[in-house]
Design a protein around this ligand. Structure first.
Ligand code: ATP
Length: 415
């Protein structure tokens, strides 16, 4: 097979690498990809992930068998619909299903209608109504922009002033530049979070093993949220019973609800969950693989990823198996200063040929034959161990041997 992956981050590096491991695959292209991927023989394609016409022409010219769309923006923009309309096979949800991530108001309405456990909420477009409602609520309170906001649309307000500011930012100043500014005001839930992703086909669902992502920039989960600074899988506090409950009360009902709405979902359904005293509840849905979860999850997948995806295309079930023993853990190395302002162009002198850790590159480019940083999250070092502590020591042991003074990483992932 010749395959095309759309996207450029660590997630797409992991997907491309896994696809290339399949004996069925001859070549994997990644558009636009990043320079670090070339170390794994992934072929980069210059172009924009939302340039539909260019993607079609590329697929036709290179006789691509199928396309895997990694990020949310092209999914919500309808890339899947467009490619399919031109006869190109593609893995990912159509626009009418990707809305489960694209609109928080949509996803909240869906959960209420189909009794899927989630935080209580109200949606507002009118600032006065939002302020009146706020006055009736207790703190902390969660204010969410309805649409995509690159991880910056959620405010957990500890004071009424912070909450009012978040309402004003959205409904008065439209800081996310949305066509119709809308917010969800949501009850604050207390509990431990985890990510449960599933392969979703027309007549079956394969829930994956669970992962735990650390979004905050500093140790102890302090400081502002980032795209994700570290991750591990499986998650010791998610017992078999909790896992089964999450699958039966959240994952399956969500897939059924989307069908009942005439919005059949095919692709990766990401449920971001929180374990409350009343059981697992939904914090958010994504319509795609998560980054950094993908990097550890695909290391735990034993079945050929190409066979899993093609079983979905063909609507034929297969056995999907996962590593049963041990843990996988990944630590993200970022630019200093991220997620606020940071410098680019720092040379990365790490040992890319080592066998101790797997490397997944994100914000990198090449300059004079070396890799230099080109984004906030630069790369992830990942490894496995019989225990979480062993995996942790392998990754941090390797990181401590690298010249990373120009970079930053958390020191407590999996601790
Ligand atoms: P992403 O960047 O992953 O797409 P997002 O911007 O869509 O995230 P959410 O995942 O909805 O935002 O929220 C971001 C974080 O805020 C969550 O991971 C969680 O820690 C916290 N959060 C969101 N909603 C709630 C809630 N109702 N109660 C407690 N914490 C919450």
């Amino acid at each position: 097979r010749k395959l095309l992956v759309i996207g450029s981050g660590g997630r797409e590096h992991a997907i491309s690498k896994k696809l290339l491991q399949s004996p069925l695959v001859e070549r994997v292209y990644c558009l636009p990809g990043n320079a670090g991927m070339e170390l794994d023989n992934i072929q980069l394609v210059k172009g924009s992930e939302t340039d539909k016409q260019f993607i079609i022409e590329f697929c036709q010219k290179k006789q691509i068998d199928w396309v895997f769309v990694g990020p949310e923006v092209p999914l919500i923009d309808g890339l899947v619909d467009y490619l399919e309309s031109k006869g190109i096979k593609v893995f990912g949800p159509k626009k009418h299903a990707a809305i489960i991530e694209g609109s928080k108001d949509f996803s909240k309405q869906l959960m209420v209608k189909y009794e899927i456990p989630t935080a209580n909420y109200q949606t507002f477009t009118n600032r006065e109504c939002a302020l009146d409602y706020l006055a009736t609520q207790t703190l902390p309170i969660v204010i969410k922009a309805d649409g995509l906001a690159a991880g910056k649309g959620v405010v957990i307000a500890q004071t009424m002033d912070e909450a009012k500011q978040a309402i004003d930012d959205n409904l008065l100043n439209n800081v996310f530049d949305s066509e119709e500014p809308k917010i969800v005001i949501e009850e604050f839930l207390v509990g431990k979070e985890f990510s449960l992703l599933s392969f979703v086909g027309n007549s079956f669902v394969y829930p994956m093993v669970v992962a735990k992502d650390h979004k905050a920039i500093f140790d102890g989960d302090k400081g502002p949220n980032t795209g994700g600074m570290g991750v591990y899988s499986p998650v010791p506090y998610v017992t078999d019973t909790i896992y089964q409950e999450a699958v039966s009360s959240i994952v399956y009902p969500t897939v059924e609800a989307m069908k009942a709405e005439g919005r059949d979902f095919q692709g990766i359904l990401y449920t971001g969950l929180i374990l409350t005293n009343d059981g697992p509840k939904v914090i958010e849905y994504n319509a795609r693989f998560g980054d950094p979860e993908t990097q550890v999850l695909l290391e735990r997948l034993e079945t050929d990823l190409v066979e899993v995806i093609e079983s979905i295309f063909d609507d034929k079930t297969i056995e999907v198996s996962w590593k049963k023993e041990g843990f996988d853990l990944g630590v993200v190395v970022s630019a200093k200063g991220y997620p606020e302002s940071y410098e680019k162009g720092k040379t990365l002198n790490i040992d890319t040929t080592n066998k101790k850790v797997s490397l997944f590159f994100a914000g990198v480019t090449s300059k004079n034959d070396s890799l230099v940083s080109n984004g906030g999250r630069v790369f992830m070092a990942e490894s496995s161990g019989a225990t979480l502590e062993e995996a942790r020591q392998k990754v941090y042991g390797w990181l401590s041997e690298q010249p990373l003074t120009d970079f930053y990483y958390r020191t407590d992932i999996g601790k």
